[in-house]
Ligand binder design. Structure first.
Ligand SMILES: [Fe+2]
Length: 277
């Protein structure tokens, strides 16, 4: 197995491993340490059936049940799919994952990681961008750090301030998904100890005790800072990629910049996380 860094802050590429085969404890340890150190693992040249995707991702933790079960695979509901062939009820195409976000932050214990396995890709485009929130936090000015430390944000399924609209939840799903949860705007990574900015333009409805007139410009300023190109790793998908990333210290977004007549279809699995602190 070979591991090489993709940038000096985010992303590591792993070659020379076949995740359809048993993985030793030693290799599992290396994979987990590399995941924590680099935030994004790009494991190349895998060809995994759904149950093998689960087996591979479970090397990193326990599977988290995703919120909107309309995207669950019937034969393996712990796995959801992402597809550009889905449409809103009014017929508009639904491109999952557009706009910077961290997954399912409206959960009291948001998933620590998300994994995607490329099944069908367009000829070009459809990259996934990642922004490193620990590097962005470290680069904040001291006055800005003082301003945001201790702030608590209200996360909901669909922020009324978000430009991106999500697919609505079924009544059954709504019962499982909290109305609102509170998370700190700065969180500490439980494994690395690094502090990160923890924001989500799609889910944050408010900052506790702060007027919208102050909160929205502050969140906008943080997002602009944190998603600067110097904090990014841009993943260009190759067939067979299994990519797993750390939601605790990264934002990510999909790009709908490719020929929509071509199918883009990936399997998605999430892993249980803990309460952000
Ligand atoms: Fe996402």
């Amino acid at each position: 197995m070979e591991v090489s860094a993709m940038t000096d802050h985010t992303g590591a590429e792993v070659r020379g491993i076949d995740l359809t085969r048993p993985v030793s404890d030693e290799v599992k340890g290396i994979l987990n340490r590399t995941f924590v150190a680099h935030g994004v693992l790009v494991i190349r040249e895998q060809s995994l059936a759904p149950h093998q995707v689960l087996g591979a991702v479970e090397l990193f933790g326990r599977v988290f049940l995703q919120h909107n079960t309309r995207f669950a695979l019937p034969e393996c509901p712990q796995i959801h799919y992402l597809s550009n062939q889905d449409r809103f009820p009014d017929g508009r195409r639904y491109i999952p994952g557009e706009g910077w976000h961290t997954d399912h932050s409206n959960d009291a214990r948001p998933p620590k990681a998300t994994a995607l396995h490329a099944v069908t890709l367009p000829d070009s485009g459809g990259d996934t961008q990642f922004a490193n929130m620990a590097a962005a936090y470290a680069a904040l000015s001291a006055p800005m750090r003082d301003r945001i430390v201790g702030l608590v944000a209200v996360h909901v399924y669909q922020s009324s301030h978000s430009a991106r609209k999500l697919m609505t939840l079924s009544e059954a799903n709504k019962e499982r998904v909290p109305n609102a949860v509170l998370h700190p705007v700065v969180r500490t990574h439980p494994d690395s100890g690094r502090k990160s900015i923890y924001i989500n333009p799609i889910r944050i409805e408010a900052i506790l005790g702060m007027d919208h007139k102050e909160a929205l410009p502050l969140l906008h300023e943080l997002l602009e800072h944190a998603t600067a190109e110097r904090f990014q790793y841009r993943h260009r998908w190759q067939p067979g990629d299994l990519v797993i990333w750390d939601n605790r210290c990264l934002l990510h977004k999909a790009n709908g910049d490719y020929d929509m007549e071509q199918t883009r279809y990936l399997f998605r699995v999430m892993l249980e996380g803990d309460v952000p602190r």
